[in-house]
Ligand binder design. Structure first.
Ligand SMILES: [Zn+2]
Length: 336
């Protein structure tokens, strides 16, 4: 994922007045109180319990393959694991295979893995994460050219969604649910590596899918993206593109987290714009989609210190955070 964010931070700190004034429409969207912020009380429904140990195991099982970089054998092996796991829950699985062009002009063989619960339901929710991992440790100080394990960046979101898949397959919610594991999210051009900094080099799987939906007229009511949702004590803030494109969904998810006691993770703070899979789902496919993403208030990048480094291993993943995110998703799904 990337990272208009760094630029935004710079702008805010150095050119804050200019930044806000030249982007008034978007700023307006993200600061005005939305009518949908008013939460209507609904009767309590039975929401199943998210098992954090199960989710943690699913992260471990992905990480055990090693880095999951497109065009490598481990990537293929992990794809087979994910497909089999989703099928083992009784979900129908569609694998969208494609060839996409990376920033360095290489051709990547990608697989977007799509699992459907209750395909006949017309009211549907899309849940998504990316399953590939970064081919470089470009934020590390050592071994920058070696691929990372991506326990958190990639692995954690998928681990949570596999556990959600297991639970919804056993406890039918009223709405249909689609889980899409996008490929080639993290193959984006590292900063400053070439003279020409290209745009839209991240999120290749979701860009392809957004232009080539797996079903004609596919139209879920909204989408929720998970990215880096496993760090100990992780805080999730209201990210700019999410608030711009889907303010009501941000309010709904944050209210659900708050209701079940996770306001320590889902903090009530609006933060900058991130280019992540949800941007293309919103802008190309027109499906209002939010990003639940670790925003670290203590680092300069505002990403976790493990981000795009070799420290993104199982030690960067905490069961309690997986639980907070997974249980919040279930709270949302079963209240639809
Ligand atoms: Zn990443």
């Amino acid at each position: 994922m990337r990272k208009k964010f760094k630029i935004v931070v710079l702008f805010i700190s150095v050119f804050s007045i200019a930044f806000w004034s030249c982007d008034t429409n978007k700023t307006k969207e993200s600061t005005e109180k939305n009518p949908e912020d008013v939460v209507v009380e609904k009767p309590n429904v039975a929401v199943p319990t998210f098992n954090q140990d199960s989710a943690f195991l699913y992260v471990e099982e992905q990480v055990a393959f090693g880095p999951r970089v497109p065009n490598t054998a481990k990537h293929d092996q992990c794809a087979a694991y994910l497909i089999n796991k989703l099928k083992s829950f009784g979900l129908s699985v569609i694998v969208q295979e494609a060839k996409v062009k990376a920033f360095d002009n290489s051709t990547l063989n990608i697989k977007n893995i799509i699992a459907e619960l209750n395909p006949e339901a017309t009211e549907r929710i899309l849940l998504t994460a990316h399953w590939d991992t970064r081919p470089w440790a470009d934020q590390d100080i050592k071994e920058k050219n070696k691929p990372i394990l991506g326990a958190n960046d990639g692995g954690s979101g998928v681990g949570v969604l596999l556990e959600v898949a297991r639970i919804i397959s056993q406890n039918n919610p009223r709405v249909g649910v689609d889980i899409i594991l996008f490929d080639a999210e993290d193959y984006g051009q590292p900063d400053g590596t070439m003279i020409e900094q290209k745009s839209d080099t991240y999120c290749l799987g979701s860009q392809y899918w957004s232009k080539n939906l797996h079903k004609v007229n596919y139209r879920p009511i909204y989408g929720i993206l998970l990215d880096m949702v496993g760090a100990k004590g992780a805080t999730f803030t209201k990210e700019g593109n999410s608030v711009y494109y889907a303010p009501g969904i941000v309010s709904k998810v944050w209210a659900a987290a708050n209701k079940i006691g996770y306001s320590n993770h889902f903090v009530n703070l609006n933060t900058g714009w991130i280019t992540d899979d949800h941007l293309y789902i919103n802008s190309l496919a027109g499906i209002p989609t939010i990003d639940i993403l670790h925003h670290d208030l203590a680092t300069q990048s505002n990403f976790g210190s493990y981000w795009h480094t070799h420290n993104d291993n199982m030690e960067a993943v905490d069961r309690n955070t997986l639980k907070a995110v997974g249980q919040t998703l279930l709270e949302v799904i079963y209240n639809e």
